[in-house]
Design a protein around this ligand. Structure first.
Ligand SMILES: Nc1nc2c(ncn2[C@@H]2O[C@H](COP(=O)(O)OP(=O)(O)OP(=O)(O)O)[C@@H](O)[C@H]2O)c(=O)[nH]1
Length: 490
């Protein structure tokens, strides 16, 4: 792999890692902010439910104090009749005293007649209490106790006769309007509310008021968690609308009530969502920009790599062209000179000999003249191929130009050269077909041989002497190989 490609891969990898790092860091920070926002909201919600529970307990304790005072008098009277007016005057609130049937009830202070209350939930709860004195406060569902009276929350305790039998109830009323006014200053946010819930699951008050009927939560999973412990906070979807909320609750001390504050998670995390959206968009843009830049850089590096590759290829091609013949692809004179100098140097070092066979076609011009240059080229290619087949791996077949070829034969004795020359003459006698015509019938080949070091010790001397032997071969009738000074026919 080239350095550029290696760097490119590393760059893209690095860019990916940086992008993932940025995205991971942002995601982690967003998660921390999310958890902090949730924890703060839970704390605020818990504080609010605690404040409301304590406040409600104070209000109810005050009312209960009046109820207990009246009940005490009722239970310890020693005459058959008693002055109810005087009894009720003990308390500061408006109280009702009910008999054992919940009937015949009179508000002795106001003098207004009440509705029959024997079937009301709080009265039933007190009547069914198991033991005198044991029954605690009963709290009824919101209702009007007096005819055309306002909606109130009935708060009642049972009272008992001397024999410990249930004798009726003392009932106080907590106006719903008063509770609503108490809560009215609170800004809850969308999907959030405060509930006052009886311990049997009945919702007694919901703020802010919605059109939805106050209903019982008994049996719901969330309510089970409300009654499992006196105080708590958790996040869960609502049974009613499926919205996930923070539920914070606290039981009202000594009362069968609990207060809960529910806040929609979306409301609590509203600002977090906006931050997450803007930071998320920013990080996506950053990552995309980072990747885009890496890709651009990569493309630029790749473009440069390709340009360099093309340059190298072109350089190699030029070098090849400078050292090789364009038609046959054989080494040219320049490369022959280089190879011969190497062969001479090696022979000088090892005490060996080098043979040089200079070849020239006979009658080649006639091929050109009769069948055109393409036919001549065909002959030149054919001869080049034949000579390469004859040559050994260490030999060099060279085209000097025109119809002249040279075989450089390193580490070659005179006997070896003779054998090769014989094979060359035979190879050049192989037919060369051109459109159904055997051009070999027209041409033959002549050669001149000289040896290093016997006939010369450098390139030009050896080439000149081989050429001279070739000339002699032409003179002698062509189609043969002549040895420099030793004109021995193969
Ligand atoms: N087709 C072709 N012909 C070439 C090329 N290069 C040179 N020639 C021709 O080759 C011929 C060489 O001339 P000669 O060597 O005198 O031709 P010859 O008929 O072989 O003569 P002798 O060697 O005296 O037998 C010329 O006609 C050149 O034009 C080539 O690349 N292709």
């Amino acid at each position: 792999m080239s350095l550029v490609r290696y760097l490119t891969h590393r760059l893209v990898l690095l860019s990916l890692l940086v992008s993932l790092g940025i995205a991971g860091l942002l995601a982690r920070n967003l998660w921390v902010v999310h958890e902090n926002a949730l924890a703060s909201a839970e704390l605020a919600s818990r504080n609010l439910s605690h404040t409301l529970a304590v406040g409600l307990q104070w209000v109810l304790a005050e009312v209960d104090h009046d109820i207990l005072q009246v009940r005490n008098v009722l239970q310890h009277r020693d005459q058959k009749t008693w002055d109810m007016h005087a009894v009720l005057a003990l308390s500061g609130s408006e109280l009702l005293v009910l008999d054992e049937y919940g009937d015949g009830v009179r508000d002795m202070v106001s003098g207004k007649s009440t509705q029959p209350l024997g079937q009301r939930d709080f009265f039933q709860a007190l009547r069914q209490a198991p033991q005198a004195g044991v029954a605690a406060v009963a709290i009824g569902s919101p209702q009007a106790l007096l005819e055309n009276g306002p909606q109130v929350l009935p708060i009642a305790r049972a009272w008992y006769d001397k024999n410990g039998h249930f004798a009726g109830a003392v009932v106080a009323s907590l106006p719903i309007a008063r509770l609503e006014q108490w809560l009215s200053g609170m800004e809850m946010g969308a999907g959030s509310a405060v509930n006052i819930i009886r311990r049997d699951g009945q919702v007694l008050l919901r703020f802010p008021q919605t059109d939805a009927l106050l209903r019982s939560l008994a049996g719901s999973a969330n309510f089970q968690r409300y009654i499992a412990q006196p105080v708590g906070v958790f996040v869960a979807p609502s049974v009613r609308d499926g919205i996930t909320r923070i539920h914070s609750f606290e039981h009202v001390a000594q009362m069968p009530l609990l207060v809960n504050v529910v806040q929609a998670k979306t409301t609590v995390l509203h600002s977090w969502y906006r931050t997450a959206w803007s930071l998320g968009s920013f990080s996506v843009l950053l990552v995309l920009g980072n990747l885009g830049l890496a890709l651009l850089f990569t493309r630029e590096l790749e473009r440069r790599r390709r340009a360099q590759q093309a340059l190298r290829t072109e350089k190699n091609r030029m070098q090849h062209m400078a050292l090789h013949d364009a038609l046959t692809g054989l080494p040219n004179r320049l490369l022959l000179k280089d190879r011969m100098e190497q062969a001479i140097a090696a022979a000088q070092r090892d005490g060996g000999t080098v043979g040089l066979l200079y070849l020239d076609l006979d009658g080649f011009k006639q091929v050109n003249d009769r069948w055109g240059h393409e036919a001549g080229d065909c002959v030149l290619l054919h001869i080049a191929q034949q000579l390469q087949q004859v040559a050994r791996g260490t030999d060099t077949v060279c085209r000097l130009g025109g119809d002249e070829f040279v075989l450089l034969l390193p580490e070659c004795t005179l006997v070896d050269v003779q054998q090769i020359a014989t094979r060359v003459l035979a190879a050049c006698a192989v037919p060369c077909w051109w459109h159904g015509v055997d051009l070999q019938q027209v041409y033959s080949i002549s050669g001149g041989v000289c040896m290093f070091p016997e006939h010369g010790t450098n390139f030009s001397d050896l080439l000149r002497h081989a050429d001279s032997a070739l000339y002699q071969a032409k003179e002698a009738g062509r189609g043969q190989v002549v040895y420099y000074q030793a004109a021995v026919s193969p």
